[in-house]
Write a protein of this length. Structure first.
Length: 125
């Protein structure tokens, strides 16, 4: 299955780097969870450190703590986003993670269906 290039916004990258820096999850595990390569995660981390060292990092950091980004989609009902731009940015980042996880699940189900079709001898639709 060919890999596709994933376009993610700056807020997603910053939230991912912050989550990586807080520890608790390895870079490999976080990259898998987010559906990005370890190399992208490391590159974002370098860029974030450079930007922070240059003093420009504070302007782009989302106010949400990385712990607000769920590891997996939850079955809980959605919570109203906090008021303000920073709260919306954090909510968008959380939703993007959930979409990424759902996309991975959908791809896995597609592969499983194809395998079952091949085993049963059915022709693809």
């Amino acid at each position: 299955m060919p890999k596709t290039r994933k376009n993610v916004d700056e807020n997603f990258k910053v939230a991912a780097v912050q989550r990586l820096q807080t520890g608790g999850v390895s870079a490999n595990d976080l990259a898998k969870e987010l559906g990005v390569s370890i190399w992208s995660l490391r590159r974002w981390s370098r860029q974030y450190r450079k930007r922070k060292a240059a003093g420009a990092g504070a302007a782009r950091e989302p106010a949400a703590a990385p712990k607000e980004l769920p590891a997996k989609p939850s079955s809980e009902p959605p919570v109203a986003p906090p008021v303000g731009e920073d709260g919306l940015i954090a909510t968008i980042a959380r939703i993007e993670l959930e979409i990424s996880s759902l996309d991975k699940q959908r791809q896995a189900l597609k592969m499983a269906v194809e395998i079952l079709r091949q085993r049963s001898g059915a022709t693809p639709e």
